[in-house]
Ligand binder design. Structure first.
Ligand code: ZN
Length: 247
């Protein structure tokens, strides 16, 4: 079973469409690591695409805030304003879908889906110690997480934890990580709709455990078109600008 792993789409339908077009024919099922909405201008379009794909999905902090499950009090003012705008926009069936998303970790076909950390869906896992703690709390060999919007992750073997930065070369669409037998992995596909690792292209991954390969993808998309919709929606300037910077 090949999984298309999507995370942190953040209501960016143009980036999602570019990812789906690039990955066409290369996966059997979609897994979504949360934050379908928040920040971006297309919450209904994104939720409807993910629903239509019959994705295995878990919730993120922005799905809680955008659907009214959480009050967004812990968000900064810009993120909170975007969450409240999102809540206003969402059609009832999409709001209900987001509210019903389970928290991670959820296991599907031997992989674990996590938004932040295994013990706390709101934790940003960036340091090796956090990654190790997360791996100790899951039983899957291959675990996918999101929330940081940074493509890459960690491997663990023989008591050694190593960072993985499998970014595609400039001009290349993806780089492949060969999975070693008996190693464990905590991998981040990156953010589809708001990358923060300096590369503004949409990020995602394709996991093929049968062949022991995970591909880390980057695909360009029409950023100005999304920015224009954000401006019309009245979303904050800093959210508009960061898309082009990938930060
Ligand atoms: Zn996010």
């Amino acid at each position: 079973m090949r999984y298309l792993i999507l995370s942190d789409i953040h209501a960016n339908a143009t980036a999602l469409d570019a990812a789906l077009a690039a990955a066409d024919g290369r996966w059997d099922r979609v897994a979504c690591l949360g934050d379908l909405v928040g920040y971006g201008p297309d919450p209904n379009d994104v939720v409807e695409r993910i629903r239509a794909l019959d994705s295995a999905a878990i919730r993120g902090n922005h799905d809680r805030a955008g659907s009214g499950l959480a009050d967004a009090e812990d968000f900064n003012p810009i993120a909170r304003a975007a969450a409240l705008w999102t809540r206003d926009q969402l059609r009832p069936e999409n709001l209900a879908y987001l509210r019903d998303l389970p928290p991670g970790p959820v296991q599907v076909n031997g992989i674990s889906l996590i938004h932040g950390a295994a013990r706390d869906e709101d934790e940003y896992v960036v340091a090796p110690g956090q990654a190790l703690a997360c791996l100790l709390e899951t039983s899957s060999a291959v675990n996918f997480f999101g929330h940081t919007h940074l493509q890459g992750g960690f491997s663990f073997h023989d008591n050694r934890l190593e960072a993985i930065q499998p970014r595609p070369e400039p001009g290349a669409s993806f780089s492949a990580l060969r999975l070693e037998k008996d190693w464990r992995y905590l991998l981040n596909p990156g953010s589809v709709g708001q990358p923060r690792d300096g590369d503004p292209r949409a990020a995602f991954a394709i996991s093929d455990l049968e062949h022991q390969v995970v591909e880390f993808w980057r695909v360009p998309y029409e950023i100005p078109a999304v920015q224009k919709r954000m401006v019309s929606a009245g979303l904050h300037d800093s959210l508009v600008h960061r898309l082009a910077l990938g930060r």
